[in-house]
Structure formats: structure tokens, C-alpha cells
Design a protein around this ligand. Structure first.
Ligand code: NAD
Length: 256
């Protein structure tokens, strides 16, 4: 049985994961780590930091913010505990630096900005479509409590699309807009010139549309997470796999 600690265990994702993973065979959620008291413990203990948990956990899961996730990763690398990081907001240069660091200390880390199977497939389909369309833009829609924008999922999709375009010999997308009357009206510029637009509204969870255009036709690839339970399957998969995957794994694609 794998003993799992969840950092951010009092948060929206932490509580969802604690409730679901504690019911799964082969997993035992033993610790919820959070600076505030979790509403429900689901059989785990509550502590305010990972210190003191070495030797007592087999996998650490983190759903917090980038700053906290950085120290979670450091703790895991120092104590040789595999880590599954769901916190979003890591930049590509930071992931590259982290990959080198993880390799040096022979750690096991999985970082995925989206643990839902549908989102992983949506990114894959977007990469398939990318070489066939001149233009593409992304609209990502999330709940109004999300602290980072654009979403990690949308930036990962922009990266995958840019890579697929580059692989097909297509250049960066040139935006013909000359006058942006209101700043950022054209969204944020992701990798390869892929524009990303962020919508924040109460009631939403996590949604995304990748909109392709070419002469006379369009293609929209849409994914919806209606509920945080959509992330459980992917986190469970990553928790079970991370011990067998040396190095840094970015995204769930290789696991599905
Ligand atoms: P949240 O604000 O509800 O939860 C974050 C928790 O972290 C809070 O309980 C907070 O008290 C805790 N925290 C803050 N500082 C801490 C510290 N020093 N030590 C321990 N805990 C600390 O946020 P959320 O909606 O649960 O989202 C958390 C992260 O997960 C965000 O980055 C979000 O984008 C990401 N997310 C990822 C996925 C995915 O599939 N990968 C899905 C949804 C959300």
C-alpha cells in the first residue's frame, strides 16, 4: 500500500483528492499538509509542513501554488520521495532547469498542468490538427478563484501546437493586428505566436477551446471538466506510476 501525503490538502483540489484517493485500493492517504486546517481529514493526519514526514510517506502530491510547490519538490528531492505535482504556473525554462536538477539527484517527479484524460487527449488532437490549419487560437475558461492566467493547460496546448507546426515546417503565427485599442485585446502570446484568451467566471471548473481556422473552414476542439473528480483518475495513475519513472515527466501524455 502506497502512503500518500497531499500538500494543499485543505484546498479545493486537495480535499477532492483526499476524498477520492483514500477510497482507492492500494493507496492510503496518510497526511494532509496545509497551513490551514482541512475541512475533512478522510482518515489522514493534518500537519502544517512536510517536515517530520520523511520515512512516513511513499508519494507526495501537491496542489498549492508555484512557490509552495517549489519547496515541495525540494523536500521530495532531498528525501528521495517521488512527487506528483498538479500545481500549475511553472514556466518552460523553470521546467528545463528542474529536469536537470531531478536527473542529478536521481529523483522521480511528475508535473502535469491537467490530470483529466479528456484534456490530455484534447491536446493530442490539437497537435494532430495543427499542421493542417494556418491559424489557431485558444480560449481557456476557469472558475473565478483561479490565481494564475493563462492556465497551465492552455500554455501546454500552445507548446504542443507550436511544436507540431514547427515539425511540419510552418512558422510562427503572424498576428496582423496593428492597433490594440485596449491592451491585451488579442490575448496573451503563447509559444509559436498562439494566442491564449482567459475567461474567469463563477460556476466554471476548467474548460478549453482550441479553435483552428483555414480558408473556408474551422475546427474547434473543446474539453470540459464539469467537476474536480475529472482529475482523480489521472492523479491516481500518476501516484501509482511515479515511483517507476526516474527523472522529470511533464504532462500525463506518456502515461495514457
Ligand atoms: P486552493 O486555493 O483551493 O488550494 C490551495 C491550498 O494550498 C490551500 O488550502 C492553501 O491553504 C494551501 N497552502 C498555501 N500555502 C501552503 C503552504 N505553505 N503549505 C501547505 N499548503 C499551503 O487551490 P486549488 O483550486 O485546489 O488549486 C491548487 C493548484 O492546483 C492551482 O495551481 C491550480 O491551478 C492547480 N490545479 C491543477 C489541476 C491539474 O489537473 N493539474 C486541476 C485543478 C487545479
Amino acid at each position: 500500500v502506497l502512503r500518500v501525503a497531499i500538500v494543499g490538502g485543505a484546498g479545493r483540489m486537495g480535499q477532492t483528492m483526499a476524498a477520492a484517493l483514500s477510497q482507492e485500493p492500494g493507496l492510503n492517504v496518510t497526511a494532509l499538509v496545509d497551513t490551514r486546517r482541512p475541512e475533512a481529514l478522510w482518515g489522514a493526519t493534518w500537519s502544517s509542513s512536510l517536515d517530520g514526514l520523511d520515512g512516513a510517506v511513499d508519494v507526495v502530491v501537491d496542489f498549492t501554488n508555484v512557490e509552495v510547490a517549489r519547496s515541495t519538490i525540494s523536500w521530495c528531492l532531498d528525501h528521495q520521495v517521488p512527487a506528483v505535482i498538479g500545481t500549475s504556473g511553472f514556466t518552460v525554462p523553470e521546467l528545463d532547469a528542474l529536469r536537470a536538477r531531478v536527473d542529478v539527484v536521481k529523483g522521480n517527479v511528475i508535473i502535469a498542468s491537467n490530470f483529466s484524460v479528456g484534456a490530455v487527449l484534447a491536446e493530442r488532437f490539437a497537435a494532430m490538427a495543427a499542421p493542417h490549419f494556418e491559424r489557431v487560437e485558444i480560449i481557456e475558461l476557469h472558475h473565478d478563484k483561479k490565481i494564475d492566467a493563462p492556465s497551465g493547460t492552455s500554455l501546454a496546448a500552445a507548446r504542443a501546437i507550436a511544436a507540431a507546426r514547427a515539425g511540419a515546417g510552418l512558422g510562427s503565427i503572424e498576428d496582423t493586428t496593428e492597433v490594440e485599442t485596449s491592451p491585451h485585446a488579442r490575448g496573451a502570446e503563447g509559444l509559436g505566436g498562439v494566442r491564449v484568451h482567459s475567461v474567469r467566471l463563477p460556476g466554471l471548473i476548467a474548460h478549453q477551446e482550441v479553435i483552428f481556422g483555414r480558408l473556408g473552414e474551422g475546427l474547434t476542439i473543446r474539453h470540459d471538466s464539469f467537476d474536480r473528480s475529472s482529475f482523480v483518475g489521472g492523479v491516481s495513475l500518476a501516484v501509482r506510476a511515479v515511483g517507476e519513472r526516474p527523472g522529470l515527466t511533464v504532462g500525463l501524455s506518456e502515461l495514457i
